[in-house]
Design a binder for this molecule. Sequence first.
Ligand SMILES: NC(=O)c1ccc[n+]([C@@H]2O[C@H](COP(=O)([O-])OP(=O)(O)OC[C@H]3O[C@@H](n4cnc5c(N)ncnc54)[C@H](O)[C@@H]3O)[C@@H](O)[C@H]2O)c1
Ligand SMILES: [Zn+2]
Length: 353
Amino acid sequence: MEHTFDLDAYEVRFGHLHTTLSPWFAHCEPTAVLVVTDDNTHELCYPLLREALGLADDQPVAEIQAGERAKNLTTAEALWQTMFDLKLDRRSLVVNLGGGMLGDLAGFCASTFKRGVPFIHIPTTLLAATDAAIGGKNGVNFNGVKNTLGTFRDPAAVFVDPAFFRTLPARELRSGFAEVVKHALIGDPALWQLLLGIDDLTAADWYALTPPSIAVKVRIVREDPLEKDLRRLLNFGHTVGHAIESYGLGTFDVLTHGEAVAIGIIAESYLAWGDSERTQAIANRIVRFFGRHPVHKTAFEMLWSTMQQDKKNEGGVVRVAVPGDAPYTLRMLEPTREQVEESLVFYNRLPQE
Ligand SMILES: NC(=O)c1ccc[n+]([C@@H]2O[C@H](COP(=O)([O-])OP(=O)(O)OC[C@H]3O[C@@H](n4cnc5c(N)ncnc54)[C@H](O)[C@@H]3O)[C@@H](O)[C@H]2O)c1
Ligand SMILES: [Zn+2]
């Protein structure tokens, strides 16, 4: 059941916190410990952590506001203030207990406070466990633009325990599932076969499904830590997905990141493989879990212009990263606007589950 993933500078330890985190923590003897939570993880996740580590009643716990809107400098400043008041130093430990938003923000604060206080991630969402907590990227949004301010700084370690997923709202679980699907499609055909057998996400065996998904992210980050080449494969589904996600922000139909990426994976599969059996199989699986959120024609123009601004692109050419023929190979496409629109029309015409 336990797995250790080695990233050279640090490890991702998978399994019950009692057997992974507790012995690690007993050895590290920091000068001070600050646990960072949000409103939800304080209530739902902190009791488990506290029990696993035998933390005292007066253990300092910072609580930030949950949700992407609080991923900003105002929240960061309050957290820096707490670090300052507690006199954290470079031998202290910051424990990030939460989803990707909390990990990004608290990792950013820890990595900049006194030029870097060691921190660990204890991801409590499926998305953070399989994606956000791995890879050393930290940051906050600025002027409404995602992750504008940030650092590349590795955590001291990451501890993943799916026990936390039990309290996760179904929609959050599904959002993280899009990244699991992505990992299967870019690197692990056996994981894809496992995903074909799932009927209900809340009843799925996350102790079995999470490690192979982590393994894909770990392997890609190890091979390309600074995002020069292979790591672009992690953007599969995200060029179209991000555009849909940002478009959704301006409308009533607000999609989660994963819901938008799920549409993006279908559209980009169509760009890569056309209306083939492979694309159909991917589309069927995704629609089964995510339903369909038709992308209205009036949005096409906005989506295209958002895609042109994506940081992978130069000179207005849209570049889309899709899997090559073998696992862990990358193919870059440069679709035209007509092709992208055709892929969205393909998505819109899929039968509802
Ligand atoms: N650093 C990276 O490489 C990277 C990669 C992908 C995404 N991200 C970032 O991750 C963020 C999204 O992360 P997310 O999807 O985890 O969202 P999130 O962190 O906003 O968490 C989603 C919601 O679930 C709640 N929650 C968390 N754990 C819970 C639990 N166990 N039970 C009940 N509720 C719980 C949170 O309080 C929040 O309301 C974005 O800010 C994105 O930019 C970063
Ligand atoms: Zn993503």
